[in-house]
Ligand binder design. Structure first.
Ligand SMILES: [Zn+2]
Length: 329
């Protein structure tokens, strides 16, 4: 949808789901230690949490199974991800698929993250799509919700919780707490967990630098940050979403259905340069997707470390134990 055509009603509708928020369930407890090894372990665990490349992920619908129209919207929209990640989604009749989708209207939209799904009891949903309209046409909102929740299923985290968020926006914590406690009826702790906590302590974001146009970024009214930036509703995959999809799930033996998406294009979009780029290309040429993913994770960690260090230097701050940058060459 181009912004020029965003009539008031559509905008309102788009705002709604983002405002309702999405709870990405984190099955892991405890945080990585704030140590050199802790940071490293966190980022590698994050990469390790993703599915094996070239996997066929089955999905099914479980009660409440939704309408045929709702189900068909899911089947149609998830094809979009298949152009950028070397994963196939396959529908299974019955209830025994890996990704089990329910359409419980009162539960909002949420998903477990990647291989955390394997730990969910077989009869339980791993994803809920509470806001898919029953109208025949796939709305922008439908598309956004489905792409976002399947993003979690692929291992993407919330971009608004990126460690590097503060380079662009500073959340007004009081405004955020007030807003989500009022509109979502979340507790203070839930707002902290879902919105305010940066992944610094326990997790790292999917990307290196923050991408406000990511499908994994929430809509954010300008009142919620000190820079007064309005983050518009994102209902399509950003170029960065696509690039990181490709780099984590690379097309090595086969080609992406979108031929412009090659390893070099993905590296260009993600702006991976220098030695890291060469190491990723080497792994790719050897056909080792695990190597590609690991090198990408190390590059991402390194970029974050450099960003933290630069920020601290600019502030003239002392680099203390808590924020010791980890530079992995
Ligand atoms: Zn989410």
């Amino acid at each position: 949808m181009s912004e020029q055509h965003a009539v008031h009603d559509e905008h309102q509708q788009n705002e709604d789901w983002h405002v309702r928020g999405c709870a990405a369930f984190d099955k892991r407890t405890g945080g990585a230690q704030k140590t050199r090894l802790g940071h490293l372990r966190a980022v590698l665990t994050s990469a390790d949490r993703m599915w094996d490349n070239e996997k066929t992920l089955t999905y099914c619908f479980i009660k409440p199974v939704g309408t045929k129209i709702q189900q068909n919207k899911v089947k149609e929209v998830i094809k979009e991800w298949e152009s950028y990640v070397n994963i196939k989604f396959k529908f299974l009749a019955g209830r025994n698929a890996t990704i089990r989708i329910a359409f419980e209207e009162d539960e909002g939209s949420w998903s477990y993250i990647a291989r955390d799904i394997e730990g969910i009891p077989a009869r339980e949903a791993t994803m809920n799509l509470g806001w898919i309209s029953t109208d025949p046409e796939i709305t922008e909102e439908d598309r956004g919700v489905i792409l976002h929740e399947f993003g979690h299923s692929l291992g993407y985290l919330h971009e608004h919780q990126s460690l590097r968020r503060s380079e662009k926006i500073t959340l007004d914590e009081e405004a955020v707490l007030e807003f989500y406690m009022r509109t979502q009826h979340w507790t203070k702790e839930e707002v902290r967990q879902q919105i305010l906590d940066v992944y610094n302590d326990k997790e790292v974001s999917s990307f290196s630098a923050i991408d406000l146009t990511s499908i994994m970024m929430y809509y954010m009214p300008k009142e919620m940050n000190l820079e007064r930036i309005e983050v518009k509703p994102n209902n399509v995959l950003s170029e960065t979403d696509k690039a990181f999809g490709f780099l984590n799930y690379p097309f090595i033996k086969t080609k992406s259905p979108r031929p412009e998406w090659t390893i070099t294009h993905a590296l260009d979009v993600a702006n991976v340069q220098g030695d890291s780029r060469q190491r990723i290309l080497n792994e790719f040429e050897q056909g080792d997707w695990r190597g590609v993913r690991t090198e990408l994770a190390l590059w991402s960690l390194n970029e974050k470390a450099i960003a933290i260090k630069t920020r601290l230097q600019n502030k003239g701050g002392v680099v203390g134990n808590q924020q010791q940058p980890v530079v992995v060459a």
